[in-house]
Design a protein around this ligand. Structure first.
Ligand code: GLC
Ligand code: CA
Length: 557
């Protein structure tokens, strides 16, 4: 592959001859409301982010995925946009945004905007116009019916946040389609004028110097509600190709599509090198496989490591050379990685590091969700009034009405509510974890006195320094960027073991993902004694060698 120069936003040390810049970069997601508050109103903001850029540069990330900061009435915390070209005053100004792009670039960090184009807010001028006048050119930007669909017909669809997906508009009396909250109106992607307006907006941001887009629920834009088709509609890839041609061609941007419907069969359609509609998708097989068949995320199943390993192995194989993987444990919609997959109690630090090791040494672009790099844990909320998330509050109402016990719902929310990831970033042991001088919009996790950046980062064996080393290793070794993947010990209930190979280099990764000491089994892993790449300590692969709870290492074979 030719040398990829990349936009000037890009870290020069991320430019490798063997891959695109975003294939060696590590992404970091910022949920602005909860990251850093600069003005004491209790809500994180863009100047707050700018103040933490040195911290992120030290971690070694290549780009920031910035959750929405656009103008928004905040029904879904900014995922309901009323102006794509304006900044929500609670987050700052467009000057702050321009400064963020420039200051990040000065530290070789790209800014990846959240592109939320499956719907707009009901406050968007397009919708105001559509609602006011059936003859408006914006009328057809949305999806209408003159009456709700009959029960049981294909268009009788349920919204993701609960309730029917059709709502009667109070102004014009017609029914509009929405896959999420009633204030988030689905856009009509069959309308070429709407598509052109989105492309123009994307180009506007690219010209400002952003490094790319994370595309919110992008697998829904090809929906055909009258046919009952929601995800992965027949025109989806035509729209994505068209979008690519109109905005991304000739630019070295990174794009990552959120695609809950992605499977190993259809994922290459998005990211195969010859198509590259997007650089990669976020796929959720490793998340949803542990949800209840009926109650979904509200009744999570325990993690079954052989099943989880099998999912990773399938994805690694399916996209090797055929596309590109994204690698993540958490985001703003998911519980904290260490609480879900590790042990947030006695083994918090070790399990956070082990999770990082197994994720970051696979093939793909790893994403860190804010706070994961210090091993932040779930919120630990015990009352419904501690929650802020529209999804959690809606389902609380719905499930209680259906007869679910309050305590059962709260147990589910404690495990899987989106607010687990949305409590403020814990910077220090100061009041409100150093996140704000005011009252935070959502409570700080009670554990901030002993779990915060200041403390963790000062510890050479802390979580932060472990992530730092993992990010650096990806830069140093082509086998981590591009090597093929082979799962070892697939049936072992606690050990995650795999090897990566490229040319003469073979890397072996082994982690004990349990709270008990585990002996290495007799296996076909070569017996060697080598220094762990991450800690420098000698480790051996001899059968019978005991791994401490959540011990993990990576060695050369
Ligand atoms: C995406 C976002 C989520 C949002 C949803 C609907 O899944 O990640 O936060 O609530 O879209 O807006
Ligand atoms: Ca603020």
């Amino acid at each position: 592959m030719a040398i990829n120069k990349g936009p000037d936003a890009l870290p020069t040390d991320l430019v490798h001859r063997d891959c695109a810049w975003w294939q060696s970069a590590v992404g970091y997601q910022i949920y602005p409301a909860s990251f850093a508050d600069s003005n004491g109103d209790g809500i994180g903001d863009i100047p707050g982010i700018i103040g933490k850029l040195d911290y992120l540069a030290d971690l070694g990330i290549g780009f920031i995925w910035l959750s929405p900061v656009y103008a928004s009435p905040m029904v879904d915390n900014g995922y309901d946009i009323s102006d794509y070209r304006a900044i929500n005053p609670i987050f700052g100004t467009m000057e702050d945004m321009d400064r963020l792009i420039a200051e990040a670039r000065a530290r070789n960090i790209g800014i990846v905007m959240d592109l939320v184009v499956n719907y707009t807010s009901d406050q968007h001028p397009w919708f105001r116009a559509a609602q006011a006048d059936r003859q408006s050119p914006y009328r057809d930007y949305y999806i209408w019916r003159d009456q709700p669909p009959a029960k049981g017909t294909p268009a009788d669809i349920e919204a993701s946040f609960g309730g029917p997906a059709w709502t009667q508009d109070s102004e014009c009396g017609d029914w509009y389609f929405h896959l999420f909250a009633p204030q988030q109106l689905d856009l009509n992607w069959t309308n070429p004028a709407l598509r052109a307006a989105i492309h123009a907006m994307m180009n506007w941001w690219l010209e400002k110097g952003v490094a790319g887009f994370r595309m919110d629920v992008i697998d829904l834009i090809g929906k055909q509600p009258e046919q009952g088709i929601v995800a992965d509609g027949p025109e989806l890839h035509r729209y994505l190709r068209e979008m690519h041609e109109a905005t991304l061609t000739g630019r070295d941007a990174v794009t990552v599509g959120e695609a809950w419907s992605a499977t190993t069969q259809n994922a290459p359609l998005y990211s195969a090198p010859e198509r590259r509609e997007v650089s990669m998708v976020f796929q959720f097989g490793h998340v949803t496989q542990f949800w209840d068949e009926k109650l979904g995320k509200w009744k999570p199943k325990p993690i079954d490591w052989p099943k989880l390993k099998a999912t990773f192995a399938t994805w690694q194989a399916a996209l090797h050379g055929q596309g590109w993987n994204s690698l993540f444990w958490g985001n703003h919609d998911l519980p904290r990685a260490v609480s879900r997959y590790g042990d947030e109690g006695d083994h918090r630090v070790a399990s956070a590091k082990a999770l990082a090791t197994i994720l970051h040494l696979m093939e793909g672009t790893p994403y860190i969700y804010q706070g994961e790099e210090i091993g932040m844990t779930n919120a630990g909320f015990t009352h419904i009034d501690q929650y802020r998330d529209v999804e959690t509050l809606n389902f609380h109402r719905i499930q209680l009405a259906q007869g679910v016990e309050e305590s059962a719902f709260l147990a589910g929310a404690r495990a899987n509510s989106r607010d687990n990831a949305r409590t403020p970033m814990q910077w220090s042991a100061k009041e409100h974890a150093g996140f704000t001088q005011g009252e935070p919009w959502i409570s700080v996790n009670a554990n901030y006195l002993s779990l915060n950046v200041e403390q963790d980062r000062a510890d050479p064996n802390g979580v932060f320094n472990h992530y730092r080393r993992l990010i650096a290793l990806r830069q140093e070794h082509a086998v981590i960027r591009l090597g093929d993947f082979r799962l070892l010990l697939p049936d072992h209930p606690a050990l995650v073991a795999y090897q990566r190979s490229l040319g003469d280099d073979t890397l072996l990764v082994i982690a004990n993902m349990s709270g008990d000491a585990v002996k290495l089994p007799v296996s076909d892993i070569p017996v060697v004694q080598r220094p762990d790449l991450l800690t420098g300590t000698q480790v051996s692969t001899q059968a019978g060698v005991e791994l401490d709870p959540y011990a993990a290492f990576a060695i050369w074979l």
